[in-house]
Design a protein around this ligand. Structure first.
Ligand code: IPM
Ligand code: MN
Length: 358
């Protein structure tokens, strides 16, 4: 029996996470795995109901679970709340409280979705497959930040800081991931300017001593954003800091057709992980039953793989997703061809559920 903490979040969160839970219900019957779902609130919903974005109950509930499934938080309704109380504090707080220091974001273009990829086939050869590993509990996101007045002038700062332990554990995961793939790690940084990046390179080289079978190279982040478009198949595993990872993972995700397809796993020292699609709460399409549930459904597959070690069940979800894409089913975000069969959130999820088999 696995205890799963479920947080819908805001915007389209409840629509897509309900479908991800439905997928787990089907997995439960098919593979005889028991799940116990415990629901918690976070983000804008929590601000409205209890006045804080991340209630203690939610933190405790998540800590006592085997895995956490999260939709997405935030929206224009909370744009004017003070920054310490913004919905986004919920996700940052959860990552920190649960010690989830690395974030895995796979970037995979399915052959059948080529027409939804914004770059030319002569560049992709019809497929893209790399992984971004983003450091998740350090850097400028968590460094000291302040707003003040200096000589009557408004002034603010956010400090980017890293220590060698934080860097080493991200690099370890990068090398270990590459060992199961094409044995190539690219560290994305800004070592021509930033002191933190110079430390990243030193530590990366040190950790590399234990992974001599893996090729390690370095790329400045500005160049990396170009290479992701010009030469996406030159990457296998990218390892990078919190803020660079945030930015390049949105860029890379659209190569797969839509950010709506992209899952993520946030991991720490234990098997407890947090799984969320990488897209946001998309308030503009909330409640319309048109959001793409695949990012959440593939996040559940990652949960089965990384936290619960239920590999067959994880594989069955990936195969089911491939099948519906092959069948031409498309939510609005990935519908590009006249032959595409446009479906709603629920229709897409039901089709995937139908394909889940032992
Ligand atoms: C993400 C999101 C978050 C981040 C926001 C919501 C704080 O953009 O998971 O990529 O910046 O990490
Ligand atoms: Mn982001």
């Amino acid at each position: 029996m696995y205890n799963i903490a479920v947080i819908y979040g805001d915007g389209i969160g409840s629509e897509i996470i309900k479908e991800a839970v439905n997928v787990l219900e089907k997995v439960s019957v098919t593979f005889d795995i028991k799940f116990n779902f415990n629901y918690f609130i976070a983000g804008g919903e929590a601000i409205d109901k209890v006045g804080v974005p991340l209630p203690d109950d939610t933190i405790i509930g998540c800590k006592n679970s085997d895995a956490v499934l999260l939709g997405s938080v935030g929206g224009p309704a909370w744009d004017n709340v003070p920054s310490a109380k913004r919905p986004e504090r919920a996700i940052l707080g959860l990552r920190k409280e649960l010690g989830l220091f690395s974030n895995i974001r796979p970037i995979k273009l399915f052959n059948e979705l080529e027409s939804a990829c914004p770059i030319k086939t002569r560049i992709t050869n019809g497929a893209i497959d790399f992984v971004i590993i983003r450091e998740l509990t350090g850097g400028i996101y968590f460094g000291k930040k302040e707003r003040l007045q200096k000589d009557g002038i408004a002034y603010a700062y956010d400090i980017e800081e890293y220590n060698e332990i934080e860097i080493a554990r991200a690099m370890e995961l990068g090398f270990a991931t590459a060992r199961l793939r094409n044995k190539h790690v690219t560290l994305v940084d800004k070592a021509n300017v930033l002191e933190t990046s110079k430390l990243w390179r030193e530590v990366a080289n040190k950790v590399h001593e234990d992974y001599k079978d893996i090729e390690l190279d370095f790329l400045y982040v500005d160049n990396a954003t170009m290479q992701i478009i010009l030469n996406p198949n030159s990457f296998d595993v990218i390892v990078t800091s919190n803020i660079f990872g945030d930015i390049i993972s949105d860029e890379a995700s659209v190569l797969c057709g839509s950010i709506g397809l992209a899952p993520s796993a946030s991991l720490g020292e234990t098997s407890l992980g947090l799984y969320e699609p990488i897209h946001g709460s998309a308030p503009d399409i909330a409640g319309k039953n048109i959001a793409n549930p695949i990012g959440s459904i593939l996040s559940v597959a990652m949960m089965l793989e990384y936290s619960l070690k239920e590999y067959d069940a994880a594989k069955s979800i990936e195969i089911a997703v491939k099948n519906v894409i092959k069948d031409g089913l498309r939510t609005k975000d990935i519908a590009k061809d006249s032959t595409d069969h446009l479906v709603s959130t629920t229709e897409m999820a039901n089709a995937i559920i139908n394909y889940i088999k032992k």
